[in-house]
Design a protein around this ligand. Sequence first.
Ligand SMILES: [Ca+2]
Ligand SMILES: [Ca+2]
Length: 116
Amino acid sequence: MSKEPSSNLESAMQMLIKTFHKYSGKEGDKYTLSRGELKELLLEELGTYLGGSKDNEAVEKVMNDLDANNDGEVDFTEFIILMGALTVACNDFFLDCKTDEKPTDECKGESAQKKN
Ligand SMILES: [Ca+2]
Ligand SMILES: [Ca+2]
């Protein structure tokens, strides 16, 4: 009872840590996410951002992008980079859509392939 977070941001940080450990403890190393654990986390916690798809390619891509040291596991630092990138994408999305009222695809297309 004594360690209640005093702000939304502190709560958000605690949620990030709790969420990571909820999935990282399921198999193998308790402190890292295996491919399977990452997939579960993405589907259950970030389904909205991944379009709710059960697309293995999306998960593979995220995994490959995140696993900076190529050990096949996502540690907390790597996970936080994903959350940071997603938060930035959300913020950009919000700003773009707010100012220009572009269609959804345009807003998402930050790093999408160019057509010519
Ligand atoms: Ca694990
Ligand atoms: Ca790694």
